[in-house]
Each structure stands twice: as C-alpha cells, then as structure tokens.
Design a protein around this ligand. Sequence first.
Ligand SMILES: Cc1cc2nc3c(=O)[nH]c(=O)nc-3n(C[C@H](O)[C@H](O)[C@H](O)COP(=O)(O)OP(=O)(O)OC[C@H]3O[C@@H](n4cnc5c(N)ncnc54)[C@H](O)[C@@H]3O)c2cc1C
Ligand SMILES: NC(=O)c1ccc[n+]([C@@H]2O[C@H](COP(=O)([O-])OP(=O)(O)OC[C@H]3O[C@@H](n4cnc5c(N)ncnc54)[C@H](O)[C@@H]3O)[C@@H](O)[C@H]2O)c1
Length: 457
Amino acid sequence: MTRIVIIGGGPAGYEAALVAAQLGGQVTIVEAEAVGGACVVADCVPSKTFIASSDVATSLRHGSALGINGTLAGRVDVDLAAVHARVRDLAKAQSRDIGDGLVSHGVRILNGTAQLRTGNPHVVEVEGGESLEADIVLIATGATPRVVRGAEPDGERILTWRQVYDLKELPEHLVVIGSGVTGAEFASAYLAMGVPVTLVSSRDRVMPHEDRDAAEHIENVFTRQGMAILSNARADAVRRIENGVRVELQDGRVIEASHALMTVGSVPNTAGLAEAGVELDDRDFVAVDRVSRTSVRGVYAAGDCTGVLMLASVAAMQGRIAMWHALGEAVQPLRRQTVAANVFTDPEIASVGLGQSSVEAGAVPARSVTLPLATNARAKMMGLTDGFVKLFCRPASGLVIGGVVVAPRASELILPIAMAVENHLTVNQIAQSFSIYPSLSGSITESARQLMQPEFD
Ligand SMILES: Cc1cc2nc3c(=O)[nH]c(=O)nc-3n(C[C@H](O)[C@H](O)[C@H](O)COP(=O)(O)OP(=O)(O)OC[C@H]3O[C@@H](n4cnc5c(N)ncnc54)[C@H](O)[C@@H]3O)c2cc1C
Ligand SMILES: NC(=O)c1ccc[n+]([C@@H]2O[C@H](COP(=O)([O-])OP(=O)(O)OC[C@H]3O[C@@H](n4cnc5c(N)ncnc54)[C@H](O)[C@@H]3O)[C@@H](O)[C@H]2O)c1
C-alpha cells in the first residue's frame, strides 16, 4: 500500500486525501488547527456566511424601490452577535462534516504541526507526536494574513479578516486597507450593514486583477452608496488612538476611524521547506509544475502555499491532480484558462477564461460584446440597474474564450460561459440554447446572438 502523508487539511489537503483513499492509498492528514483548513474556519466560508447576512440587508434596503418597506428610513437592524454566532457555528459544522467524510473513507487525521524531512522514504514529524514515513507527501499548508510593519493587528481595533467575528458591535467607521478581492468583499459587506467605510486602495482602481470594466463598475456602485475610496494610497502605519485608530498614508494623508481592517494579502506557510530541500520561488511559495510536483521526487504541493491561483476550487483541483499523478492515474494538467472565479461584492463579479487584458495586450484576437443588465427584462422587473454581461469569442470561429458577469448572484450565472469555455462551444451554440424568459441568463444568450457570424463568414 502506498503511504501518503498530507500536511494541511484545507481544500487542497482534504480533496487530495479523498482521491488517494479512493485509489487505495494509506492516507494520513496532519492538520495543526482544524480540518477544512483556513478556508473553512477563517477565510472563505466565514466571509461568505457573513456576506449572506449582509445580502439580506441589501435586499431589505432595495425593497422600497419595489414598493416593499422593510427598513426604517433606510436603516437596517443588525444583530451582530447572531450574525457572528451563525458564522462560527456554520464553520464548525462544515469542519466536522469534512472530518467525518474523511474518516468514513479511511483517512487517518492527526492533530499537530508537521515538519518535513525529505529522503527515502520521506519522514513527516508531528510536533510532540509521531514520525510518519511516507512514499508520497503532499504539502498543502495554505497561507496567513500578511502583516505590515507599523500596522500590526491587535484583534480589537486593528484587525485581520480572521478577527472581525470577535467584534461585539459594528464599527462606527471602518477603514479597509487594501482593495484586492478580500478588501472589496468586506468593504461591500460592512457598507451594506450600514457601516461608514473608507477603502484605502494602493492602485488607481480597486481590484486591479479583475476585469477593468467590472472593477470600475463596482467602484462606481461603492461610491454611489457612500463609500469613500482613496486611490493611489498606501498605508504606512496604523496606530491605536483613544477609541479608535489613526491610519497614516505614505503621501501624508491621515484618516481617523473606529476600526481598521487589514486586507493587504497573504504570505505562504512554507517555513522549513527550503531547509528540507524543497524549492521555493522568489515570494516563498512552493514551486510546482502543472501536475503539482515540487523539486523533490515524491513530494507534491497544492493550494495557497503554491500561489498558483489562490482559490479553494483551484486548491482542491491541484490536490486531486497531485494524487492522480502520484498514484499513476491518467491526469490532465491544471488549465488556468478555464478557472471560474467570483468576487462576492454587491453586485458580484464572476469571470472565466481569457479577458479584456489578454485581448488588449494582443495575446489573443477576439470579438466581444457587453450588454448592460439594465436592458434585460427580468432585471427591469427586479429593479436592477447595475451590472453587465460581457462575452469574448474567437473572431472567425466564434469559439467562446471567456466572459464576465456583473450581477447579483453572478456566481450562479457564470456556469454556462464556463462550460462553453471548457467544452469549446461557439457563440452559435449558446445562442441556439433556450434561456428562460424573463431571466438574467437571457443576457448571456442575447450577447452570444449579437456575436453570431453568418454561416458564410
Ligand atoms: C477572506 C477570504 C475569502 C475567500 N473566499 C474565497 C471564495 O469565496 N472562493 C474561493 O474559491 N476561495 C476563496 N478564498 C481563498 C481560499 O480560502 C483559499 O484559496 C483556500 O483556503 C486554499 O486552500 P488550502 O488547502 O491551500 O489552504 P488552507 O485552507 O489555508 O488550509 C491549510 C491548512 O494547513 C494547516 N497547516 C499549515 N501548516 C501546517 C503544518 N506545518 N502542519 C500541519 N498543518 C499545517 C493550516 O492549519 C490550515 O488548516 C478566500 C480567501 C480569503 C482570505
Ligand atoms: N471570492 C474569492 O474567491 C476570494 C475572496 C478573497 C480572496 N480571494 C483570493 O485570495 C487571494 C488574495 O486576495 P487578497 O485580496 O487577500 O490579497 P491581494 O494581494 O490580492 O490584495 C491585497 C491588496 O492590498 C494592497 N496593499 C498591500 N499593502 C498595502 C498598504 N500598505 N496600503 C494599502 N494597500 C496595500 C496590495 O497592493 C493589493 O492590491 C487572491 O488570489 C484572491 O483571488 C478570493
């Protein structure tokens, strides 16, 4: 039996474990905190659960435009203790369910911090516990919030995104520092809950890695809803002052607020690996190829510790690919161009495949169309004025190569475009598919129709 030791029980680790157990491996997961990983107990699952509550606040406010008054003069009443208890309970239950699933598949779970010693066999030492010999090791140790010197989180007023669920009251004024996806999502959620938000953005626009039109669209929505966005602004220091925080920007500007939320990115949990002979890249992520192999034979790595695309779905796929490869199954290398991703702001941004920046950089020739949601019959009925659908296809063949949806629940609307990209469908094939009338997805078939080429073209 192949002995497989997996370090880290997040999506990369637990999905890999399920595949390896299914293929007959003898599998042990060593996890320092809780099964499910930071994804389930601290990052993705808690934030999306929190956002589910802020979405309700948004709907209540939006109701008055449709003749339903659920709020008092636009104010919503947030029971923060109940919101946070729900976040914690759901994360715990999810962690428990994943643990139960692993055990029922025969996976052994050990609690503790693991240290890798490479060799033949490899040895994984669990702090204060066993030494495990392994034929195959998967490093799936994830990442940790980055700390800016001079702006160290204290868990009370200066917070990481993992600490917000300990707050007893909503901030009177929240400064969110860093406008990547994490910053944008929290800024959006707190704004919906009625908190005055200032967003400190180091670039000239928020979410610099997202589709430019989508990011600008969301920035306009944020501003219209009363968020203050400071562009080209880097925080140098965040200090405690009486009853609040003082944020000092590099250009001399100062913001005083009740709380600061640091969303300035993550650093990989890869301490000790270079010493074990595992090659790291210049940012300390584990260097891997497209089937998750590291520089050491028999040692694979997956998920955030590789920095490939820091998404739970990608972590899980990298983990599965590692085990399929290690255990001799046919395997398709990771294809970044088919990965769908979603930003859970209000409205959401979902995207897949090649986008505007690749087209503008001349990396790929494409035709595209952008349909504002305001032209969609269902959107009109729902009182939606923001959002759009954008579709990209090859100029001659009409092959769908990418798309962006900005809409409420865009995460649910992107799938037909993701399927088209994955399965090499053309705009004609999407255009000929029935969408429901009236529906937001009708804008996807409509944009495909607008991109259709006559047969003789
Ligand atoms: C705020 C936020 C929201 C997010 N929302 C989404 C989203 O909506 N959708 C999405 O797809 N992605 C989202 N992500 C990204 C997603 O959370 C990560 O991509 C995912 O957690 C990566 O999984 P992983 O298995 O690599 O690592 P993790 O989930 O971080 O798990 C790694 C585990 O390894 C353990 N570990 C570390 N070192 C050791 C050691 N030496 N010994 C033993 N155990 C160890 C840790 O305790 C941890 O439990 C979000 C991220 C953040 C920060
Ligand atoms: N919905 C989702 O799928 C989801 C949600 C959250 C995070 N993630 C993933 O996690 C990864 C990390 O995202 P993130 O947003 O946490 O980090 P990030 O690194 O993408 O963004 C951090 C931002 O903070 C800025 N910054 C750094 N120091 C600063 C300072 N001193 N002052 C002001 N700004 C500063 C950076 O320039 C950057 O724009 C991404 O790959 C993202 O896709 C995904």
